[in-house]
Design a binder for this molecule. Structure first.
Ligand SMILES: [Cu+2]
Length: 537
């Protein structure tokens, strides 16, 4: 039986940062594989609120091409290159080497319209060697694989399988991949990121991600804050060394450098450490993405001010949900309205637990009139459980070594290479019970589909692990009000059964579902699923 701490292992590491990571895996942690140890920087000593918040540029298409599904139609074509570059994370640091789409951190934002497809050519223009520690014992990252590989997944996109960024469909420097994104889905905050087998955590840590916004007429009609009043916040944490370079921790075993989670004390928003943002005393729309490898954000303002969540992963909620604290797991997005009307002249900080993310500096006067949020945003019809034709019980498990450090994470007690076991019929509805037998919450993401969260329920874990008997120890808990819309990533909390209801609309073919703690996904907490086209009779 696993040891129980007053707080679980991840909470401990997360709250205490890099120093605690050394506690879990030893002093070798701060050395990169095969290199001399590098001294970590305490990023909390950096002066906060020095840089203005940058906003990622919106990418312009480089032309139009015939649509793959209608050759008479011309659709926008984009070309984006992944490159090594340097960036200034903070004025007191040396320039930091990173890998970025079009050499920016985060990458440029792609803006699409609902129902209007786009083509994106993803170009691998990265160097020939990786600068972060590859673990060749992990599936798909063996020593005979090229060290630098990438494939791009549009997270939240209902996309044909050949364009979805299947982890094994990676390509090497000098190659590119053309993807078609139909955008036949509601307006939502999506994002694109690397998904290469066995090294996804490293490529993402290096900086390979960016936003992809789908807009539509229904959303336009709501009159939400737009232009300068709509601000994306791409949030992620990193460990840095004394030279300001990215530090990715390693285990004490040089042959198996993988670590179960990575947390840094440098909290970045749109690529700057603890920036500030000048705003006016009126409402703003903030689109927040948790792009961290493993950190859960618990976001609140220092003055405890209330804000509204209007959208989740897959677009608008039925109505705004008032919040003072927002939990956002890796991969999740939140669309917020923050009204600074009552804060003229104030400086307000946005925090996540003990870390400060950024500061809002509210001007004395407003130069714009911004309309209030409509009481109703869009219709979100709850899917009845009776629609489901199949129930699947899927256990989330991890094994640990003698020191209680996790060694491998599994979904449904299966590895990546085991035969496909989740094979929903195209157009059918299923209920997946995510049975979390571990001490930590895992954000579970299904590609291609959107789903609704039904409930969460505590269960007797040891009984289930030993005998496969499900004994609940409490009543079902409904999802939080801000989880009642359409989702593509859900927190499967520790010691709970999280049930989701999914209609497998879209395309037949091979996709993946996985934990969005990237260290877990790279170490077997990822499985294929296959949507089956059922022949009509
Ligand atoms: Cu996980």
């Amino acid at each position: 039986m696993k040891k129980k701490f007053l707080m679980n292992r991840r909470e401990f590491l997360c709250k205490t940062g890099a120093a605690a990571a050394a506690f879990s895996t030893g002093p070798h942690l701060l050395a990169q594989a095969g290199a001399a140890p590098r001294r970590p920087l305490d990023a909390r000593t950096l002066k906060p609120f020095v840089d203005p918040l940058p906003v990622p540029s919106v990418l312009q298409p480089d032309g139009v091409r015939p649509s793959p599904i209608d050759s008479t139609a011309k659709i926008p074509h984009y070309r984006i290159a992944m490159r090594q570059a340097v960036t200034q994370l903070h004025p007191d640091l040396k320039p930091t080497h990173f890998w970025g789409f079009n050499s920016t951190l985060p990458g440029p934002t792609i803006e699409a319209r609902g129902g209007q497809g786009v083509l994106v050519e993803w170009v691998n223009d990265l160097p020939a060697s990786h600068f972060l520690p590859i673990d060749h014992t992990l599936e798909g990252a063996e020593a005979d694989k090229p060290p630098v590989r990438s494939v791009v997944h549009l997270h939240g996109g209902r996309v044909p399988p050949e364009s979805d960024g299947y982890p094994e469909h990676w390509f090497v420097p000098g190659k590119s991949s053309l993807c078609f994104y139909p955008n036949h889905q509601d307006a939502a905050t999506l994002w694109y990121h690397d998904h290469a087998m066995g090294i996804n955590r490293l490529n993402s840590y290096a900086g390979l991600f960016g936003l992809y916004l789908i807009r539509d007429a229904a959303e336009d009609g709501l009159g939400l804050p737009s232009g300068k009043c709509e601000i994306p916040l791409v949030m992620f944490d990193r460990q840095l060394d004394q030279d300001g370079q990215l530090l990715y921790p390693v285990s004490p075993d040089p042959k198996h450098p993988w670590v179960p989670e990575v947390f840094g004390d440098a909290l970045l928003v749109n690529g700057k450490i603890t920036p500030y943002c000048e705003v006016e005393p009126h409402p703003y729309r903030l689109r927040v993405l948790n792009a961290a490898n493993g950190r859960f954000f618990h976001l609140a303002f220092t003055n405890q001010m209330r804000f509204q969540q209007i959208g989740s992963d897959q677009g608008l909620l039925a109505a705004a949900v008032p919040l003072k604290l927002l939990t956002l797991a890796p991969g999740e997005r939140a669309d917020l309205i923050v009204d600074f009307s009552g804060n003229a002249g104030e400086h307000i900080e946005l925090k996540s637990d003990h870390l400060t993310a950024m500061q809002f500096r509210v001007a004395g006067k407003s130069s714009a009139a911004v309309a209030p949020i409509p009481p109703s945003l869009r219709s979100v019809v709850r899917t009845p459980e009776s629609d489901a034709i199949k129930m699947r019980e899927l256990i989330l498990e991890e094994t640990v070594d003698a020191a209680d450090n996790p060694t491998i994470m599994l979904l449904d007690r299966k590895r990546w290479m085991d035969p496909v076991s989740e094979d929903p019929a195209l157009g059918s509805t299923e209920i997946w019970s995510l049975i979390n037998g571990t001490d930590d919450s895992h954000p579970i993401h299904l590609h291609m589909v959107r789903f609704q969260v039904l409930d969460r329920r505590n269960f007797y874990v040891m009984n289930y692990l030993r005998k496969r008997e499900m004994k609940f120890t409490g009543p079902p808990v409904p999802p939080d009000p801000n989880e009642m819309g359409w989702k593509d990533t859900v927190r499967a909390d520790a010691g709970m059964v999280t049930r989701i209801i999914v209609r497998f609309d879209g395309y037949p073919g091979r996709y993946v579902w996985h934990c969005h703690i990237l260290e877990h996904g790279d170490n077997e907490m990822m499985r294929p699923f296959e949507v089956i086209r059922v022949p009509s009779t």
